[in-house]
Design a protein around this ligand. Sequence first.
Ligand SMILES: C[S@@+](CC[C@H](N)C(=O)[O-])C[C@H]1O[C@@H](n2cnc3c(N)ncnc32)[C@H](O)[C@@H]1O
Length: 225
Amino acid sequence: MLGIDGNAEMIAKAKAQYPELSFTVCDAHDFTVAERYDAVASNGALHWLTRDPDAVITQVHASLRPGGRFVAEMGGAGNCAELIAAMQTAWREFGLAEPELPWYFPTPAEYATRLEEGGFTVRLLEYAERPTRMTQGPNGAADWVRTFAAEPLGQVPAETIEPLLMRVNDLAAPALRRESGWVADYVRLRFAAVRAADTSRDEFQDATELAAAGSRHTLRALRSV
Ligand SMILES: C[S@@+](CC[C@H](N)C(=O)[O-])C[C@H]1O[C@@H](n2cnc3c(N)ncnc32)[C@H](O)[C@@H]1O
């Protein structure tokens, strides 16, 4: 078992909680492993890997044995639509440039295509709304933005942050604030895919050469009768 994350603090916490297991800090776009694994599981991380989703799938594929499983949950198309709309409106109202959002929320068809093109057979794919209680702090959408949208918030002048976040709360409240508390409008993709049997170029070429050699032998055999 090997656990990976790009954040050293996350890995330190994991090591402290599970000292008997192996963990390492690395970027999921270009990690390599010394051995092939039976399964790769990922929770709530793939939608943060925005640089090159295909590179991530390629790395996962390379770390699995043929027949190995890739099982994950991630944000899907429409994830946090109300939160994002509230952010975009508030940013615009304060005269700020459109926030650059650090997420990739694909449709099921888009991600299934990437998986298939990356050498996986998709066995299961779910796409569902999963409203989730906000636990980031007492200030609802404002605390959610502080936690998960730290990058775009970092571009905002310091004196604007508080009034901007209060405006995000006003805008998001009708859709996301319930009597029982704030709820984030999560939409999730869950999938289970299997690394298809090896059809690497080398093996394909070997097979082609064998087939060609076979037909040469057949021709010789035919000529000799
Ligand atoms: C919402 S957290 C989920 C963490 C954990 N998988 C869980 O279920 O609690 C998203 C994680 O993605 C990690 N992450 C973001 N970009 C990454 C990258 N390029 N490579 C590896 N991990 C990354 C973050 O450090 C963060 O820990």
